[in-house]
Ligand binder design. Structure first.
Ligand code: NDP
Length: 448
């Protein structure tokens, strides 16, 4: 229950209309919590029906994706693009390929993306898309045929000035390359309609590293502000071993920390001496199982099949970077018990709402993904700028801009949270700071 009746009405309505969409309802619930701090003092939010509008996507496109597998059999998947909010710029957000993908997950991710993109300070609206196609175990040719079929529909609703998708779980450089090739063939348009492209055809240096590096830049700023401390000498647990996790692990190590545990869907590995991150990257580049391969080379490594057990490994800093709902209340209790001081989300909403509350009440500084993982989309925004200007910045230039953006996001979250009397509540700061810009733009643009 919120203090403000208007918010209760919004939530009841979302729960009624989207009853099956639990991930989306969770995201709205978490956001409305923060709105309770501002709606009472600004009647225009209700007068202009801003919240009624902001929780409904401007457009959702769902389509059939037929493709032919290597045995000549026809397969069919569902494809989606959720164009959530374009108040401050073209829709921007990744494409996810994973069997778990459904409308609820994409609406939750698209909704979060609105505020994340706003926080970057760049003119980007919020969107998300993907398919329930599972790239695991598929040949390159199968992935290519799927991506081409997916783009044969998607191209109709995207464009460099309307909607610019990027990668996410299951979508890396290979998939972006195949999709971009088909987009170009269909439209004869060689401008940057996708970000995360290969460097030789319009991609930006540092895009691959951006989310993981940005996560650490954000965490470094957080450590300095709250603890007058840094990564130096800290033990870090990072879940996942994909794009975000790998580059967070490299940057944390570069900043003087030791990464003591990592995971994938099939289990986790832990070592007090530190994980061999380069080897983890090689395993994942070959799309193999983390635990099986790692233990072959390092037989004494602690490991387990239950991915939640990674949160029982003692650490100072936790960087969940796999997927949503990976930290439940029991995991949060284990982290607190072992002395974890900071949790920065690399993934989108990996921490369940009651776990966030528990961490907050027990003194762990928590940052939501919409703030701490915004580095990826920020560099995507920089990729769009480079494409529009037909030039390429160096790795160092983009890295420096990324660092500044992450420092600014932290500052915006911290200062906004402090303004509302809760300086340690970065979720509050992120939601309000991200919302205000979108709100003002929506108000200025009339009822659309
Ligand atoms: P990847 O596909 O590169 O990596 C995901 C990793 O998480 C893999 O190691 C995967 O295991 C593991 N994983 C997936 N599901 C589970 C699960 N249920 N339990 C345990 N581990 C799991 O994706 P990204 O690194 O790109 O994305 C990770 C998260 O970060 C997602 O929430 C994404 O939305 C978010 N994000 C990503 C951004 C980006 O720039 N890539 C930007 C902002 C947010 P396996 O190797 O076995 O598949």
């Amino acid at each position: 229950m919120y203090k403000n009746e208007y918010l209760n009405k919004i939530l009841v309505n979302v729960k009624e209309k989207c009853a099956e969409q639990k991930e989306f309802i969770n995201a709205v619930e978490e956001f409305l919590d923060s709105m309770d701090y501002i709606v009472g003092s600004d009647p225009d939010i209700e007068k202009y029906a801003i919240l009624e509008r902001i929780v409904v996507p401007e457009r959702v496109v769902m389509f059939r994706v037929p493709w032919v597998d290597d045995n000549g059999k026809i397969q069919v998947n569902n494809g989606y693009r959720v164009q959530f909010n374009s108040a401050i710029g073209p829709y921007k957000g990744g494409l996810r390929l994973d069997p778990s993908v459904n409308l609820s997950i994409l609406k939750f991710l698209g909704f979060e993306q609105i505020f994340k993109n706003s926080l970057t300070g760049l003119p980007m609206g919020g969107g998300k898309g993907g398919s329930d196609f599972n790239p695991k175990g598929k040949s390159d040719a199968e992935v290519m045929r799927f991506c081409q079929s997916f783009m044969q529909e998607l191209y109709q609703v995207i464009g460099p000035n309307t909607d610019v998708p990027a990668g996410d779980i299951g979508v890396g450089a290979r998939e972006i390359g195949y999709m971009y090739g088909m987009y170009k063939k269909l439209t004869k348009d060689v401008t940057g309609v996708l970000t995360g492209k290969g460097i030789s055809f319009g991609g930006s240096l540092t895009r691959t590293e951006a989310t993981g590096f940005g996560l650490c830049y954000f965490a470094e700023e957080l450590l300095k502000t709250y603890y007058n401390d840094s990564f130096n000498g800290k033990n870090v647990v990072i879940s996942g071993s994909g794009n975000v996790a790998q580059y967070a692990a490299f940057k944390a190590t570069e900043l003087g920390a030791k990464v003591v545990a990592m995971s994938d869907r099939n289990g986790y590995i832990a070592s007090e001496d530190g994980i061999d991150i380069e080897f983890v990257r090689n395993i994942k580049n070959e799309r193999k199982s983390l635990v099986d391969e790692y233990v072959k080379k390092y037989p004494n490594t602690k490991n387990g099949k239950n991915t939640h057990d990674i949160w029982k490994i003692k650490c100072d800093i936790a960087l969940p970077s796999a997927t949503q709902n990976e930290i439940n209340i029991e995991d949060a209790k284990a982290l607190v018990k072992n002395g974890c001081k900071v949790l920065c989300e690399g993934a989108n909403m990996p921490t369940e709402l009651d776990a966030v509350k528990y961490l907050y009440e027990n003194g762990v500084i928590f940052s939501p993904g919409k703030a701490s993982n915004a580095g990826g989309v920020a560099v995507s925004g920089l990729e769009m700028s480079q494409n529009a200007m037909h030039l390429s910045w160096t790795f160092e230039e983009v890295d420096q801009k990324l660092k500044e953006i992450m420092q600014n996001i932290f500052k915006a979250c911290y200062e906004t949270a402090s303004k509302y009397g809760e300086p340690k509540n970065l979720s509050l700061g992120a939601n309000i700071a991200g919302f205000l810009k979108v709100y003002n733009a929506m108000k200025a643009q009339g009822v659309i």
